[in-house]
Write a protein that binds this ligand. Structure first.
Ligand SMILES: [Cu+2]
Length: 486
């Protein structure tokens, strides 16, 4: 926990240990003097509950990694020490940084060598809720990549306007103890509009049928033994202690390697103010949250229903295995209560402006995502426009010019939901399953089974740019592409 902050206030993480902070010398340049932050990657025991201690690769021996509070536009220097025997990459998810520090080998970021270190320096931006995580290929190794404990939150303070709420709390949702199965996918039917494209469905279903007819088993999926919020299973950590009348801003991160998560607090509603750290055009009230891997939601909850509650995943099974945290009002006692919210659907388009008016793109890239069942050592192989990304197929697929606006028309010819991520840029949601919207800025969006989603981005950060599905099992087996600037 030796994070030293020269000038930054370190906020609270519910249920997680506080960080020490203290003064240190201001370096004259980034190459000498102490760094503003130190992150040490090492295998450590982490205690998910009293009789549940696992070992995992962590940042600074803790899970989640320390909350890093940066100031927009104020350069930071960070020492990253790697005390493992494998090369690492630390990705600054959601930030518009350069390829040299972004933390993607595919873009050319140097690895943090095994038992070695790297000092990096960058100017944090844009403001808002970001995070950092390992960005290495795990493949069949379920201790590597994002299956590990290598996830931590980042908050970049805006230059002006620190926000209007009583308190803020950071929640990192994450599963541990991964195992492989041939279980097939759980039916996840929470997205709306739900209008599958028939041609995509035909393509996907006939490919699957042909594979099974050849005697292929279903490709591997990953399941988990324990589920946590801020590294603690439900009931095993400190509760979130609140007072009646408080407005609490929750910054929720889905830090999962592979899973989609939901979150509800019985008797309360969430007012979403930002998606992936970017303010919405208007705050939006919802009964609960859904987050694909790597998505973040910042939402205010008015604490107006005294009691002891379970804030948790809407899946009874996952909540039963730990995915929840107790919210306790001052003066309330007793066992924490869970009540399922009335069923509702998750509609990205309603977070934005209904008009769907956005600037015309200079060019549109069409992409079709497809699955080759069990095609790679029992794992599903994934393609974008029929090409599976690999060490042998890293040639950039798309070419952009600085300053221009591009539309990505993503077509999903599989029944899985893909949380799609673009590095070093933010994008605007334009159309989801045929429904227009505007004003919702994100860096990850879930593309539903057999659905189409369109997003626009402005090419404003030159350098190789990685585009991929954030599901570790998908990105590791082909679901990536590079964009290059002309
Ligand atoms: Cu995917």
């Amino acid at each position: 926990m030796a994070v030293v902050s020269r000038r930054n206030f370190l906020g609270t993480m519910a249920g997680a240990s506080l960080l020490s902070c203290g003064p240190s010398k201001t370096p004259q340049n980034e190459d000498d003097g102490p760094a503003d932050y130190t992150l040490t990657i090492a295998v450590k025991p982490i205690e998910l509950g009293p009789n549940k201690i696992i070992s995992a690769t962590t940042y600074n021996g803790q899970f989640p990694g320390p909350l890093l509070r940066f100031k927009e536009g104020q350069r930071v220097t960070i020492d990253i020490h790697n005390q493992t025997n494998t090369p690492e990459q630390l990705h600054w998810h959601g930030q518009a940084v350069s390829t040299d520090v972004d933390g993607s080998a595919e873009e050319g970021t140097p690895f943090i060598p095994p038992n070695g270190s790297r000092r990096i320096s960058f100017v944090p931006k844009p403001s808002g809720y970001r995070f950092y995580h390992s960005h290495v290929r795990a493949g069949a190794d379920l201790s590597a990549g994002q299956y590990s404990g290598l996830v931590g939150p980042v908050y970049i303070e805006p230059k002006n306007n620190p926000g209007n709420y009583d308190r803020e709390l950071f929640l990192t949702l994450k599963e541990f103890e991964p195992t492989l199965s041939r279980g097939g996918d759980m039916d996840m039917n929470f997205l709306t509009p739900n209008t599958p494209v028939e041609s995509l469905k035909d393509t996907g279903e006939s490919a699957m049928k042909a594979s099974l007819a050849k005697g292929m088993p279903h490709g591997f999926e990953v399941g988990y033994g324990s589920f946590t919020i801020n590294g603690r299973m439900l009931g095993q950590g400190e509760p979130v202690r609140v007072k009646q009348g408080e407005r609490v801003l929750f910054h929720v991160l889905n830090g999962s390697a592979t899973e989609i998560r939901s979150l509800a607090l019985p008797g309360h509603t969430f007012t979403i103010v930002a998606t992936d750290g970017n303010p919405l055009p208007k705050p939006k009230r919802v009964p609960g949250l859904w987050l694909g891997t790597a998505e973040r939601i910042s939402a205010i909850v008015d604490m107006d229903r005294p009691g002891v509650w379970i804030m948790g995943d809407m899946s009874d099974d996952d909540r039963g295995h730990g995915m929840g945290i107790v919210v306790e009002y001052a003066g309330s006692k007793g066992k924490a209560q869970w009540v399922s919210p009335a069923p509702f659907k998750w509609d990205y388009t309603r977070l934005g402006n209904g008009d769907g008016v956005v600037a015309a793109p200079d060019q549109t890239f069409d992409m079709t995502f497809a699955k080759q069942n069990a095609a790679q050592d029992g794992f599903n192989r994934w393609t974008i426009n029929d090409i599976a990304f690999s060490d042998d197929h890293m040639r950039p697929m798309f070419r952009v010019q600085a300053g221009k606006r591009y539309r990505l028309r993503m077509r999903n010819a599989s029944d899985d939901i893909h949380p799609i991520h673009l590095h070093r840029h933010s994008f605007e949601l334009v159309r989801v399953a045929g429904q227009p919207t505007s004003g919702v800025m994100k860096d990850v969006v879930m593309v539903g089974g057999y659905q189409e989603v369109e997003v626009d981005f402005v090419a404003d950060n030159p350098g190789l740019t990685l585009f991929h599905c954030h599901q570790q099992l998908h990105m590791d087996f082909g679901f990536m592409a590079l964009m290059e600037y002309a």
